[in-house]
Design a protein around this ligand. Structure first.
Ligand SMILES: Cc1ncc(C[n+]2csc(CCOP(=O)(O)OP(=O)(O)O)c2C)c(N)n1
Length: 331
């Protein structure tokens, strides 16, 4: 069982992630954010796993890890600036939907699904060769397991005993493709066996399982015990992205069923039953998160937008002629 103080911290992080996501979706609807991928419903695994890391460990996320950034204590204004494309955005408008930064030890995710699974293993191996005891945590979705990169990454990790923990956020959909069309395997976790890795399937909406299982896998990797594949079985309560309409492929009944298993509701119930939480504190927490994010949005919106040439900066040492021409016509 996870002790109360830790659970409270993780609950606050989950609520902050939920409120942050809902703000970004609202801003996208207002035309102030280009596009957004909400992690609603998946906060337990992102927050729980990130809390199992040491600050010097590395995270390789995709685009559903708001909770991990919050748990890593990335300043909110940086996360807001990322979405608003202001001069304060550390990635200067590149890699829409994704986030990373060397100072946070978060490696910006890839555009092509699963491509980071191989690089995360290489990264972990580099740490091992240097004699460091840092661990790499790589997140990905169920859809990523159909890519060659998943097989290459896990195979290499198994052969080399790389200090990496793979976390599959199995939210049961890859955009509109359901899990049943993704794999005929009985689970994602079972796939670990083929590569000589430990594989474990957990309830991804149970923060205690998420935290404790990741902690065990991370400590094993740190001791030189090799990689683990964790399948966190969860559900995407939001559309795939702001460009998606899930009512075309998900029934209202299914969605309602999973809303009942919302990881935030579940943890709140646990905290209340332990006498650590109540409705009043809950309302206060949501309104504090809301006010804080809203003030950060105001702050970031006061900063200048990115100049148009930022599109080309930090991509080419010498931009090719046709892009220079394109930039001129854009201007
Ligand atoms: C190689 C590749 N193919 C297709 C896409 C388009 N695409 C973006 S996200 C996505 C679904 C990924 O699903 P999953 O891995 O389950 O992650 P989830 O979005 O559910 O978190 C697809 C097909 C892409 N980015 N890269």
């Amino acid at each position: 069982m996870v002790e109360g103080e830790k659970l409270l911290t993780m609950y606050r992080d989950m609520v902050m992630a939920r409120v942050f996501d809902s703000w970004m979706v609202k801003l996208q609807r207002m035309g102030r954010v280009a596009a957004y991928t909400s992690s609603e419903g998946q906060e337990a695994i992102a927050v729980g796993a990130a809390h199992a890391l040491r600050p010097d460990d590395w995270i390789f996320p995709t685009y559903r890890e708001t909770g991990a950034y919050i748990a890593r204590r990335v300043p909110l204004e940086v996360l807001v600036a990322r979405q608003l494309g202001s001069v304060l955005d550390p990635l200067k408008g590149h890699e829409v939907l994704l986030f990373g930064g060397r100072r946070f030890r978060i490696v910006t995710g890839p555009g092509p699904v699963a491509a980071h699974l191989c690089t995360s293993v290489g990264f972990a191996l580099a740490a091992k060769y240097r004699g460091e005891d840092t661990v790499v945590l790589a997140f990905f979705g169920d859809g990523a397991t159909s890519k060659g990169d998943f097989n290459e990454g896990l195979n290499m990790a198994g052969v080399t005993d790389a200090p990496v923990v793979f976390i599959c956020q199995n939210n049961q959909y890859a955009i509109s493709v359901p899990l049943s069309r993704q794999t005929a395997s009985e689970s994602i976790a079972v796939k670990a066996k083929a590569y000589g890795l430990d594989g474990v399937r957990i309830d991804g909406n149970d923060i205690q399982a998420c935290y404790l299982t990741t902690l065990e896998a991370v400590e094993k990797a740190r001791r030189g015990g090799g990689p683990t594949l964790i399948e966190a079985f969860t559900y995407r309560l939001a559309p795939h992205s702001t460009a998606d309409d899930p009512s075309r492929y998900i029934s209202r009944e299914e969605l309602e069923e999973w809303r009942k298993r919302d990881p935030l509701k579940r943890l709140k119930k646990e905290l209340v039953s332990r006498g650590l939480w109540d409705e009043e504190r809950d309302r206060q927490l949501y309104s504090d998160c809301d006010r804080l994010i809203s003030s950060k949005i105001e702050e970031v919106e006061k900063a200048a937008p990115l100049p148009i040439q930022a599109i080309l900066e930090d991509v080419y040492h010498t931009p090719p002629w046709h892009l220079k021409e394109e930039l001129e016509s854009l201007k």
